[in-house]
Write a protein that binds this ligand. Sequence first.
Ligand code: PD2
Ligand code: ZN
Length: 284
Amino acid sequence: MASGIKIVFGLLTFVTVGMIIGALFQLAFIHKLEDSYGTELPSLKRLRSRNDRYLPRGVSHWTNDRDAEILRLGYVKPEIVSWSPRIIVLHNFLSMEECDYLRAIARPRLQVSTVVDAKTGKGVKSNVRTSSGMFLSHEERKYPIIQGIEKRISVFSQVPEENGELVQVLRYEPSQFYKPHHDYFSDTFNLRRGGQRVATMLMYLSDDVEGGETYFPLAGEGECTCGGKIMKGISVKPAKGDAVLFWSMGLDGQSDPRSIHGGCEVLSGEKWSATKWMRQRSTF
Ligand code: PD2
Ligand code: ZN
């Protein structure tokens, strides 16, 4: 009888110890998995290691978080609007602070806007465009906040920073507009330094504007609104922080006449925008 009890006890002890050892092994296995994947799913880890072949060993895309901050990764949302002409809207491209900053430094220096005279290449006043504007200076280009914006423009457009002209800030009051035009030059004077304009990043700095859309009459097949009117083409509504990037050159390397665009009449509120034109070569 006593030996029967001993056998049962022995078996119970064996099973219990076995279960404890099994549980410890399982815990160790889970720990090992967590350590090797971090918090990522296995599929994400595989994807990351595939991308990491472009980086030196041991360097992560996210090691330098300052880059992610400058580029506003995770905030900027691209929306392709048209392939020909090439137009893409980058939602949340600028922070609210960046918009307010650009408006604040521009406001005291605004002057009646001009257009480029095709014969002389000089800026002249015209009823083609009735806004006020100013250009940031070379000195202001060195300010960290401006450098951040310029870097973001160059990364999203893949046009080097040095190919960019100085940023122009514009203000449109009610009834003001910019008639449809091409951003590429028709004169030879302006081609001398930097070559032709290839792309434009147009950033919206204010909200609560009625009208003031950026209008592309030769884009798309449908209709859109422009300054309260229904028109053929595509228009982009100004929304504070959004930007529209469009290309003045087609994939054939030629100036694209379909890139013709304008700023529709502002019906109410104030529209503020900032333009960065990008050239074929360095403008320095
Ligand atoms: O500010 C605008 O909406 C606008 C529209 C068309 C600006 C430009 N063109 C430009 O600066 O080229
Ligand atoms: Zn333009």
